[in-house]
Design a protein around this ligand. Sequence first.
Ligand code: SOE
Length: 388
Amino acid sequence: MSKDKPIKVGVAGVGFIGPAHIEALRRINIPVVGLVSSTPERSRQKAAALGVPKAYASYEEMIADPEITAVHLATPNYLHYQQAKAALLAGKHVICDKPLAMNSRESAELVTLAREKGLVNAVCFNLRFYPLLHHARSLIQQGALGDLFILQGSYLQDWLLYPTDWNWRLEPELGGTLRAVADIGSHWLDLLTFLTGLKVKAVFADFKTFIPVRKKPSKPVETYTGKLLTPEDYVDQPIYTEDYATILLRYENDVRGVVTVAQVCAGRKNRLYFEIDGSKAAMAFDSERPNELWLGYRDKPNEVLLKDPSLLSPEARAIASYPGGHNEGFPDIFKQLFKKVYDYVERGDYTAPADFPTFLDGHHEMLIAEAIERSAKEGRWVEVQYDL
Ligand code: SOE
């Protein structure tokens, strides 16, 4: 693809997260010229509702459009591989939601293909882009915590607590054989590696499906909207994906970790929490309070740093849009991620290191996820083999 061609985006998938992509792109002046949904009719409805000029009848039609230079994939997981591959073959840059693929064979192929084609590739590990998390990374790099000992935390949600809660992520053919681990655990694992620079070396996992049979609604349900259904027209559906996982982690440098991910925790709406304990100090973060970073000390009072650009490292200040006391939220992290991606696209040197998560990060998460799945099945430590 010509590097001089103007950036024009096509979006596939407009359920819960596709519209968040569109809104974030508009805020950074990246034109979204078309979208595609599951049927031509739904594409037309969504394009009209979201004010997007073109409604494509099919994904193939979208990637055949010469006007489109970059494709955003906000579709169910099983489509990511085939859609990303087709877009790369058609010469488009690809920004894909996580998990990147259904398995590491697919994700490895996408990494290699994107490299061969010289195209920009990104995975939506958007959590990295809270300004305080870039600041946390700077603190760790400067040695503020000392030698790292423990990376611990959780990612908890409640939107799948009741047997009547339903979503495509529950179906292995659509979401993959891992659910909570791939859907939200991948965010936590990516984030902790981003913050510390440490890779996961080995895992030991315990899984549980607390709700082995769910009531599947006969009509389509979008992510999070299941809470609003009434108990009519349901069919019994056995569930084979995990509601809960606790994973022991061994990182590089002999650092230890543990994370719990679960989607059945009442009151936890979308709570990623971590604590990092080091030889000098500790830090903690809760994504439901993303403008606060806790810093723990033994010999002086603990601190809570409230986001204020004037108090942040240059890397963090660069992704803060608003002054102190004006909160950055979920839509802002997509904006900051996409800003980095499209600045990189515009700079035009695609051999330069990327300052955003790429397909390689997505592939590494697939490798870790597969080790976790094997560990849970076999009840033993499993090493993660990084092949790329
Ligand atoms: C659903 O669990 C979900 O939308 C995830 O798929 C997202 O990645 C996360 O940001 C919020 O929850």
